[in-house]
Design a protein around this ligand. Sequence first.
Ligand SMILES: Cc1cc2nc3c(=O)[nH]c(=O)nc-3n(C[C@H](O)[C@H](O)[C@H](O)COP(=O)(O)O)c2cc1C
Length: 199
Amino acid sequence: MTKILAIYGSPRKKGNTALLLNEAVTGAREAGAQVVEIFLRDLKMSPCLEIYGCKKDGRCVIEDDFQMVYDQILDSHGIMLASPIFFYAVSAHTKILMDRCQSFWVKKHWIEQIPPNVQTYSKKALFISAGATKGNKLFDGALLSVRYFFNALDAELWGKLLYRGLDFEGDVKKFPEYLEEARSTGKSFCQAVQAAMET
Ligand SMILES: Cc1cc2nc3c(=O)[nH]c(=O)nc-3n(C[C@H](O)[C@H](O)[C@H](O)COP(=O)(O)O)c2cc1C
């Protein structure tokens, strides 16, 4: 069974990125995936405290809801992450999760001693984002973080869906073609994850 983790990173549970990710989840389920959905907004998660308790065995020592997310990440074959653009970066909820995943980075590069230039991928990832404005560089900052974040999780950035000009809650509904694209991409993502598992 293909296991996909869908992470909602917006504080708005019915916002633009949430609606888009929800469509991608529907598409992935249509293609046969088992999808676990996590709304970061609902979790109690401390930011990384940089105490490096994870140096022992790669597991963060802060006891909060991150422990559940950590297990879900380990258990997944594919990860779909959605975050709005906040000041040319990901949302604070998303960034807190990313920083807590330094524990994955420590496991990979310090404990298992995999050199940073050697990239091994055991998972695939899809990133979904939206911003209000329309500039060329709107997603550059977020994409740089997201790419390095997924590398730490051993996840290849398989695809990205980036939408400009969406601001108010539900604006994306004015663009059914965006929602359709998210659904079909969720389906293709599941198929790509399945294909990778079979090889
Ligand atoms: C704190 C904050 C910062 C934002 N910064 C940007 C920005 O830098 N560029 C931009 O185009 N939109 C910015 N926006 C607008 C959001 O990206 C936009 O409303 C997006 O559609 C929200 O997605 P959501 O509904 O999934 O939360 C910002 C909104 C907030 C609340």
